[in-house]
Every structure is written in structure tokens, then in C-alpha cells.
Design a protein around this ligand. Structure first.
Ligand SMILES: Cc1cc2nc3c(=O)[nH]c(=O)nc-3n(C[C@H](O)[C@H](O)[C@H](O)COP(=O)(O)OP(=O)(O)OC[C@H]3O[C@@H](n4cnc5c(N)ncnc54)[C@H](O)[C@@H]3O)c2cc1C
Length: 453
């Protein structure tokens, strides 16, 4: 039941990605007065869309997994259950310029980059890997140490190291093994993936309409640059506008939050570890012809700057893209890197040559590439240090009026819409309980560093 008028509180949500919009919905449902501030000119954050020749398309490849329970519940709750469909998809692997199917025992037996004994070991260990992690303190075990102990150094060097380095940079081997252990729980090689007919725009339009109906004040192109706490009120500055609130939920990436807190007393109280973030450069290719029909194929040691190919039309009808086949290729990198800073047109031209060179047998011609759209995002996820379960920011410091729901807190879950929805619900629930009791809640429980059955 909504609270009485007098108990309705004013909450400002920072960031209009999936986490911010979900938190706003949870709070507005309980009758609170909610404002969402988003710096971009569209909703959705990393899961946003753009207009291509009259088609509303996802900027970054997105699909749903059957295990995305919180997201699927939200989709159904918004009345979009019938728009969601599932399709089995396949995986490939490109090593040394050669393309391999990578979907099961027969593919593994043909996977030449590994010797025959390495293939057998790879297959057996992969089946057992989640069990092999049980009872271990994987949060404090380096990925490299754990995977070398399981698979052997040769498999690490040939396949696994390039895979992780491409996503997290040279320090990838130093990250906690817990991250990969969790990831194995979400992804399999051959798996049904889900997609909403209508793409991310349909989802966002429906969610934003729902928020409007709940009287949420939604403001685009409103970049927050300072947050102050004065007594029982928060002041949030965005350009020349100052907004006062009782509470704030921040979904901003940690470096942006730190900037907004500046040297205010709040900065001392709110734990925001200075972890390096990976960004992404992502190019979307519109093609006249299909590639290999693998939804996802990592690319290692193949003379490309990008390190993965997602052939989206393996999952989504070509009619969604005006009859074109679509492949996204991506490189995760630091926002200060030369690649991230480079002009998008130059990246598109160079990556087009690199992509075509991977498929000599298909005799793809430059004219088969109808268009290339490059998108970049500076903050995708942290390259987590060892022991991150202890380092990650708390939802609430127990005293201030700010609650945190940033993707840097979903660890050890992987960075995904489902993780952000789940976190946003948890944070909104914590704030609601805090408002109700007026009491300082207990410090949220940490994810146990030891993996338990
Ligand atoms: C290439 C790529 C592929 C992906 N594929 C998938 C997938 O297949 N499935 C899946 O589930 N997930 C996928 N993800 C992950 C998913 O997109 C993210 O986990 C999710 O969108 C994070 O949502 P969020 O709201 O937590 O953060 P964000 O989306 O980052 O939202 C933060 C918001 O804050 C805004 N902001 C920043 N600074 C300010 C400021 N100063 N003032 C106001 N607003 C500000 C930003 O503009 C942004 O909208 C993918 C991500 C990428 C990059």
C-alpha cells in the first residue's frame, strides 16, 4: 500500500540505465516521489538503442539467458512476456585466423589449436570445473593459478590467456577466479538465448511509460556534477539546476560518483574503491550475407584488433535490420587507450578489412558490407582485483542519504541486465526498509569468499 502523503519521500535516482529505471520503479510503486537524472539523450545506458535508416537497433549486442530470473520477471511484469522468444544458438572460436565450431565433444575433438591430449583434458576439466571450485577461496585465487592448475599451462597459454587478456587487459590473469566460476554458471556453449521482438527500444519505451504512469519525473540530458549532504537533505547539482531530495540512489560508475562527491565530507564516508574499469569499442556490421552463424566467437591471435564476433542475426530475424545480416565485433579496452580515443570512421574502415580477411572461403567483398556503425562506452565493468568481495562498495554506509546500485557491485555475478535489475531491487528494498524504520540497517552481508554447495 502506498504511504500516506506525509510519509512520501523524495528520492533522486542518478543514471537512467536499467539499474536506475528499475530502482525508480520499485520506489515509485511504494508511492514515493522519484526523479531520474540521466546525462545521455536516451534511456538505457549500456543497453540503449539508436536509429539506423528508420530501424531502432541495439547499440551493443544484448540477449537474455534462461537463468536471468529477475530480468525475466520484470519483462513479464511489464506485459512483454509474449514478445520474448528463445532460440538455440551456437558458438565458434577463431584461433590463428582459422575458424572452428565449438559446441560439443565432436567439435572439441577437431579443435586443432590444442594437441589431442590437451583436447581430452580440456573437455573433461570443463565438465568438472564448477565442482573443482567448490570449497575453494576463489575470490583470493588468481584466475591464472586456478586455470593452470586445472587445465595445464599449455591450454592456458594457447586459449585461455588470450581470451581473458582480450577482455580485461594484461592483468587478466591476476583477477579473482571467482569471477570466471560464476560466469560458467550463466553461460554454456550451445544454449537457448532470448530476445525481445522490438529490441531494447521496445523494452525501454514500455518501462519508461510505466514510470510516467507512476508520476516519476524523468529527465534526460541532465548530467549530475555535484552531490552534497546538508543535514537531513541532499542537494544534487546538474549544470545550473539544483535538486533537493531526502534520498539518492546512485547507479553512476564509481569514477563518476567519486567526481560528483569531490572533496565533500560524503566522499570520506562512501566507500568507492579506485578499481580500473574496462570500456568497450564495438562496431556493428550490416552485411548482405551471413558469416558463420555462430552467435558468439572469440577471436585470438588472428591479426584483428577486435577480440570477438557476435553474429546477431543468428538470434534475431534479418527483417529487424531491414533485411541485413548483422555482426557486432568488439574490443574491451581502457577509455584512455589509443583505440578508444581514435576516430570512429578510421576504426570502422580498418576493422572492415580485418573482418573480411577472416572469411576468405566465403569470398566476402567490401561491397557485402553495407554499413559499419561504431559505438564506444567508457565504463563497462571493473577489472576486479583479488579479494574484491571485501573491497566492493556497500549498498549503504549506514549513515548517509546515498544508496549505491552500480554495476561495480554485482560481482561476483557477471555484468548483465539481470544482475543490475537484481541489485536495483535489493537497493530499493534496503532504502524502503530504512525509510520505514528510520533505523540504520545492518551492514549488508558479503558474498562468501568461499564457494559453497
Ligand atoms: C558490448 C556490451 C554487450 C553486452 N551484452 C549484454 C547481454 O547480452 N546481456 C546482458 O544482460 N547484458 C549485456 N551487457 C551488460 C549490460 O548492458 C549492463 O550490465 C547494464 O546495462 C548495466 O546497467 P546499469 O544501469 O547498471 O549501468 P549503465 O547502463 O552504465 O547506466 C549508468 C547510467 O548513468 C548515466 N550517467 C553517467 N554519468 C552520469 C552523470 N554524471 N549524470 C547523470 N547520468 C550519468 C549513464 O549515461 C548511464 O545511462 C552488455 C554490455 C556491453 C557494453
Amino acid at each position: 500500500m502506498p504511504p500516506a502523503e506525509s510519509s512520501s519521500q523524495k528520492v533522486v535516482v542518478l543514471g537512467g540505465g536499467i539499474a536506475g529505471l528499475t530502482a525508480a520503479r520499485e520506489l515509485a510503486r511504494k508511492g514515493h516521489s522519484v526523479t531520474v537524472l540521466e546525462s545521455g539523450d536516451r534511456w538505457g545506458g549500456l543497453g540503449t538503442w539508436f536509429n539506423w535508416r528508420g530501424h531502432a537497433l541495439d547499440q551493443f549486442y544484448h540477449c537474455q539467458m534462461p537463468s536471468d530470473a529477475d530480468l525475466l520477471e520484470l519483462i513479464r511484469d511489464l506485459g512483454l512476456g509474449d514478445s520474448l522468444y528463445w532460440k538455440p544458438t551456437r558458438m565458434g572460436f577463431v584461433v590463428g585466423g582459422r575458424r572452428y565450431a565449438f559446441n560439443g565433444p565432436m567439435d572439441l575433438l577437431r579443435f586443432n589449436p590444442l594437441t589431442f591430449p590437451e583436447r581430452i583434458r580440456f573437455g573433461v576439466i570443463s565438465l568438472l570445473l564448477r565442482r573443482l571450485g567448490l570449497g575453494k577461496d576463489l575470490d583470493r585465487t588468481r584466475i591464472e593459478d586456478w586455470l593452470v592448475s586445472c587445465y595445464g599451462r599449455a591450454v592456458w597459454q594457447k586459449i585461455l590467456r588470450p581470451l581473458f587478456t582480450s577482455k580485461f587487459g594484461p592483468a587478466a590473469g591476476d583477477m579473482p577466479a571467482l569471477y570466471i566460476w560464476e560466469r560458467l554458471g550463466r553461460e554454456k556453449n550451445t544454449v537457448s538465448r532470448g530476445y525481445l521482438r522490438g529490441g531494447l527500444k521496445l523494452f525501454l519505451d514500455t518501462l519508461v511509460d510505466d514510470l510516467r504512469n507512476r508520476k516519476v519525473d524523468l529527465r534526460l540530458e541532465t548530467r549530475v556534477d555535484r552531490i552534497h549532504e546538508t543535514g537531513r537533505t541532499l542537494q544534487i547539482d546538474a549544470g545550473s539546476t539544483r535538486i533537493e531530495a531526502d534520498w539518492c540512489v546512485s547507479t553512476l560508475p564509481l569514477p563518476v560518483l567519486r567526481h560528483c562527491l569531490g572533496d565533500t565530507p560524503l566522499a570520506q564516508r562512501i566507500k568507492s574503491p579506485d578499481v580500473p574499469y574496462q570500456g568497450v569499442v564495438n562496431a556493428m556490421f550490416f552485411l548482405r550475407r551471413p558469416l558463420d552463424n555462430f552467435y558468439w566467437a572469440p577471436v585470438v591471435d588472428s591479426g584483428t584488433e577486435f577480440d570477438g564476433i557476435v553474429e546477431m542475426t543468428e538470434l534475431v530475424e534479418t527483417s529487424h535490420y531491414g533485411g541485413h545480416h548483422v555482426a557486432y565485433v568488439m574490443k574491451y579496452c581502457d577509455r584512455s587507450s589509443a583505440l578508444f580515443q581514435e576516430d570512429s570512421e578510421r576504426i570502422a574502415a580498418r576493422w572492415k578489412g580485418q573482418l573480411l580477411a577472416l572469411y576468405p572461403d566465403l569470398n566476402l567483398q567490401p561491397s557485402d558490407v553495407v554499413d559499419v556503425q561504431v559505438f564506444k562506452a567508457p565504463f563497462v565493468e571493473p577489472a576486479y582485483p583479488l579479494g574484491y568481495s571485501e573491497l566492493k562498495p556497500l549498498i549503504h554506509d549506514g549513515q548517509s542519504r546515498i544508496f549505491l546500485a552500480t554495476s561495480a557491485q554485482v560481482y561476483p555475478k557477471i555484468t548483465a541486465w539481470n544482475s543490475s535489475v537484481r541489485l536495483a531491487k535489493e537497493v530499493a528494498g534496503t532504502l524502503l526498509a530504512h525509510m520505514e524504520t528510520g533505523m540504520v540497517e545492518r551492514t549488508p552481508e558479503r558474498v562468501p569468499a568461499t564457494v559453497q554447495v
